[in-house]
Ligand binder design. Structure first.
Ligand code: GLC
Length: 566
């Protein structure tokens, strides 16, 4: 029995059971002197609209998630990150928040959320919620007040500037989603800043009231029992206060999509500013008092793992997502260029590794699609989950799910709808999860039109069709997570590369464990000393009883986990 306010000391997070720790209005302090829960954890991203539809309206929701928690616990997941479920006009499907302390009716109620937390904790699952601090919705009362009354205190919660001398936007900043990052408010004659959609005005983090408000919001969710926060656009909150023009990296021809337009500028003033760390110092203090993890989305320029990792550390965040893996090609050179510096930067586990996400094409699609894409995706997942840091699957990763082609008539993503270049849209990686081959694919009720098309899924691509089949993607992922958990002690071990390009086999050792992947198109040999070795895990399951002394052949697109054969 816990007494409110009584600190509990335990040597490891696994010794703390959250059973019965539901939100009751009392404040419990749980302080741990040992390993934090996220140290050896594997996370799973839930994009709520497409995970599971509990109320049969074609849109996923909190009840739907709750019903599937057993599945995730059985899969071997330690923590779920749920995409935003707050009150929202859905201009960016929840990343435009109109009330940070309530649930959108499309997703359920606060009571549903409390129940979800309770069930998750009973199953040993941690719950990470997605906090969106860089911007809110243009329908948030804060912005409505700022807009309707330029003399109100809320005006300074946002970035307002007079037009440039020619009447145009105050500087050359470009929105991530296309067009300038300024919109004119005709009534006041001033522009407001939005790094994303005009419906997502950026908050002014130089204003102490904004800082205080968000600390209070974080506290609100900690009190409800959440175990951490995924921080949306964590690199964006602080801006150069002078808001100067960005240096132009290359001129545009006019045919570029929003991503290329965005990348034509050197983002030295609009993101990744040192000032952001003052904000996180305050957040860290609060999070630590609840043993909650802070995990930043740090989507900065490619090739700078060290800077991403710098977001995590004492007095800063606990972990920072590094997105270069989302853009690698299937070649030893490309994987090496990403993972060698990434692993080095993550020597203390600072980095969050995402296999896929709701913002980029799914791994099997990125790696060629079909059976080849699925095999590569699993091998890639082996690599990612065995590196120091916090790996995340994205819903459907475990099924080998590919992007689903979406007809322009069905587009939902504003990035696709508002730009001439529909290939920039994120709908194909956001389609509903096929749980079974029943009508509605077990995602929603029969006859209900889902918010995005299902695509065609054969039974073998569904959860139902894969459960229990040792050769299915699902069961091979489950086994990988079980092996990883069993080898958890290696978390303390530094990483040493055993091979490097131009070899097609990339291999590293952590303590007594060796991880190897063949990204070439021919079988290749790995030679290692210190044998005999046993195959602890192979993406091709039939190899798991093999052992060898010094040399093993690895098939194309295959990954192995090797341990001393004792
Ligand atoms: C992050 C989210 C993305 C969203 C954007 C704006 O990058 O992952 O989905 O559109 O922020 O909030």
């Amino acid at each position: 029995m816990l007494t409110p306010g009584l600190p509990i000391l335990a040597s490891s997070a696994s010794q703390i059971s959250h059973e019965g720790f539901g939100f009751s209005g009392d404040v419990y302090t749980v302080r741990m002197s040992g390993t934090p829960w996220w140290e050896n954890a594997v996370g799973y991203e839930i994009y709520i609209r497409s995970f599971s539809d509990g109320n049969g309206d074609g849109v996923g929701d909190l009840i739907g998630i709750e019903e599937r928690l057993h599945y995730l616990a059985d899969l071997g997941i330690d923590a779920i990150w749920i995409s935003p479920f707050y009150t929202s006009p859905m201009a960016d499907f929840g990343y435009d928040v109109a009330d940070y302390r309530d649930i959108d009716p499309a997703f359920g109620t606060l009571a549903d959320f409390d129940k979800l937390i309770e069930v998750a904790h009973r199953l040993g699952l941690k719950v990470i919620v997605d906090i969106v601090p860089n911007h809110c919705s243009d329908q948030h009362p804060w912005f409505l007040e700022a807009l309707s009354d330029p003399t109100s205190a809320k005006r300074d919660w946002f970035h307002w500037r007079d037009p440039a001398p020619d009447g145009g936007p105050p500087n050359n900043w470009a929105s991530h989603f296309g067009g300038p990052s300024w919109t004119l408010d005709e009534a006041s004659g001033q522009y407001y800043l939005h790094l994303f959609l005009p419906e997502q005005p950026d908050l002014n983090w130089d204003n102490p009231e904004v800082r205080a408000e968000f600390l209070d919001i974080l506290r609100f969710w900690c009190e409800r029992g959440v175990d951490g926060f995924r921080i949306d656009v964590a690199h964006g909150l602080a801006k150069n206060p002078a808001l100067p023009d960005l240096p132009v990296v290359h001129e545009l021809t006019g045919d570029e999509g929003p991503r290329e337009r965005f990348l034509s500028l050197d983002h030295v003033h609009d993101m990744n500013q040192e000032g952001v760390f003052d904000i996180y110092a305050e957040w860290r203090e609060l999070a630590d008092s609840y043993d909650a993890m802070l995990l930043g989305e740090v989507y900065i320029r490619a090739g700078d793992a060290a800077r991403v990792a710098a977001y995590a550390g004492p007095g800063r965040l606990h972990r920072a997502f590094f997105f270069d893996p989302m853009h690698v090609k299937w070649s030893a050179e490309s994987l090496w260029a990403c993972f060698a510096p990434g692993a080095e930067a993550s020597s203390e586990g600072q980095i969050g590794w995402a296999v896929s996400s709701h913002d980029d094409p799914r791994a099997p699609t990125r790696f060629g699609g079909g059976q080849v894409g699925k095999e590569r995706s699993l091998a890639f997942t082996v690599l990612l989950t065995m590196l120091p840091g916090l790996p995340f699957l994205y819903q459907g990763s475990e099924l080998g799910m590919e992007d689903v082609p979406v007809d322009p008539a069905d587009f939902q993503d504003p990035v696709a709808i508002r730009n001439d270049n529909p290939t920039d849209g994120r709908d194909p990686c956001r389609t509903p999860i096929p749980w079974s081959d029943a009508p509605g694919f077990g995602f929603t009720a029969e006859g209900v039109k889902p918010w995005l098309p299902f695509g065609n899924h054969h039974l073998s691509e569904t959860v139902k069709g894969q459960l229990g089949d040792p050769f299915s993607s699902l069961e091979r992922h489950r086994r990988l997570l079980a092996v990883r958990r069993e080898l958890g002690a290696m978390a303390d071990q530094t990483l040493e590369w055993l091979t490097a390009p131009p070899e097609d086999v990339l291999a590293f050792r952590r303590g007594s464990v060796v991880v190897a992947i063949n990204v070439g198109d021919k079988p290749a040999k790995l030679t290692i000393s210190g044998g005999p070795w046993a195959v602890k895990y192979a993406t091709r399951t039939e190899r798991t009883s093999e052992w060898f002394d010094t040399e093993i052949e690895i098939h194309p697109d295959e990954a192995l986990i090797l341990v001393p054969n004792s």
